[in-house]
Design a protein around this ligand. Structure first.
Ligand code: KG4
Ligand code: ZN
Length: 340
């Protein structure tokens, strides 16, 4: 093994988290995230406010990441940044900043696909966390995305299923809004679900072909159900909140696991990794454990701080691309709809 140290700075600004991380040869030295509280009162991310907050946060966040890593700026070997997908105004802040810094330090610039990064976060060197062997299936579940990806190598990925409307995190957040819970509602629904009866109320699962998902119908079904019950009993939500949350969670996790089972059957792949904010969910973690016993799966759940949006996952992709001399030019542009 070479004794040379490669230091990569990763920058993430695709949605509402401004994040920076310094990595040394695949190991994290620092991982700083500034989350934007401003969106809570609106019940969802407001793009214009997000890009303004990135502008305010990016300099202190990057400085803190470098300081915590205890290195000097001129020790950095490359700057990796999120090129897309994401909100254009948010992406522009990180992209422009990364370009300027790389130019100022005269070091290579590396563009990173945010969805690939959620998957490759599994390759961060972290004690107690195994790296999945190729090929494996990755299910990326967050507030912005729901995908099943066949991963044959670091940069050989194929999306074999994805949502045709809302992302799974949105299904959680929109259900939470109907129930009067705060934003984001995923963690709260998860907490309450563990105290309730998952079979108390039944919501039909959408019928979507093959490995694709749909969650917008579920949100409407929940809305109509709640409106009907409230007519009969104005206190219906308060009196049944845990059972409602458990039933919603049971339905959502059922949808995810049905598709994973089908994907595993179709591809013959039994190594299954998850990523994205919803992989913090207790129901999906439990269901994966069951899958290990029932279907012979080996499952991989990243460390919590690498599941939600973060820059360590951008830095690991930067490191893997650095090893392949896969660099970007200064004229690279942010891309809101970048595909895997
Ligand atoms: O990956 P992430 O931080 O940001 C996006 O890229 O979207 O994911 C945030 C999403 C939100 O929709 C949030 O409600 C959901 O992840 N989430 C959860 C849980 N923790 C976060 N959903 C269900 N159960 C959880 N425990
Ligand atoms: Zn994300």
């Amino acid at each position: 093994m070479s004794s040379q140290n490669i230091y990569i700075l990763g920058i993430e600004s695709s949605c509402d988290d401004t994040a920076a991380s310094v990595m040394q040869n695949g190991k994290i030295l620092s991982n700083v995230v500034a989350s934007q509280k401003i969106h809570e009162e609106f019940g969802g991310v407001v793009p214009e406010l997000a890009s303004r907050a990135h502008q305010q946060n990016i300099v202190p966040v990057v400085n803190q990441a470098i300081k915590k890593a205890n290195i000097a700026k001129d020790q950095l070997n490359a700057i990796a940044f999120t090129r897309g997908p994401g909100l254009m105004g948010s992406l522009l802040v990180g992209t422009s900043f990364a370009k300027s810094l790389a130019m100022g330090l005269n070091i290579p610039l590396i563009d990173v696909n945010h969805m690939q990064a959620h998957i490759l976060a599994h390759f961060i060197d972290e004690e107690g966390f195994n790296k999945p062997p190729f090929p494996f299936l990755a299910m990326t579940i967050s507030g912005g995305h729901t995908q099943i990806v066949k991963v044959s190598n670091y940069f050989e990925m194929e999306v074999i299923g994805e949502t045709i409307d809302d992302a799974v995190g949105e299904a959680y957040d929109k259900s939470g809004k109907i129930l009067g819970l705060g934003y984001p509602a995923g963690p709260e629904i998860d907490k309450r679900a563990q105290l309730g009866n998952p079979k108390a109320f039944k919501f039909t699962k959408p019928k979507v072909a093959e490995l694709n998902f749909s969650f917008s119908g579920l949100k409407t079904a929940i809305l109509y159900f709640i409106q009907k019950e409230i007519k009969a009993n104005p206190n219906f939500i308060e009196e049944n909140i845990n059972d409602i949350c458990a039933s919603i969670q049971y339905t959502i996790i059922g949808i995810l696991i049905d598709k994973l089972k089908l994907a595993s059957k179709q591809t013959g792949i039994k190594h299954i990794a998850i990523g994205g904010g919803v992989s913090a969910n207790s129901g999906i973690r439990q269901a994966l454990k069951t899958g290990e016993a029932k279907f012979g799966w080996t499952t991989y759940v990243p460390k919590f701080e690498f599941t939600t949006d973060n820059a360590a996952m951008i830095a690991i992709v930067g490191y893997l691309k650095y090893l392949e001399n896969n660099f970007s030019q200064q004229n690279v542009t942010a891309s809101a709809r970048l595909k895997i």
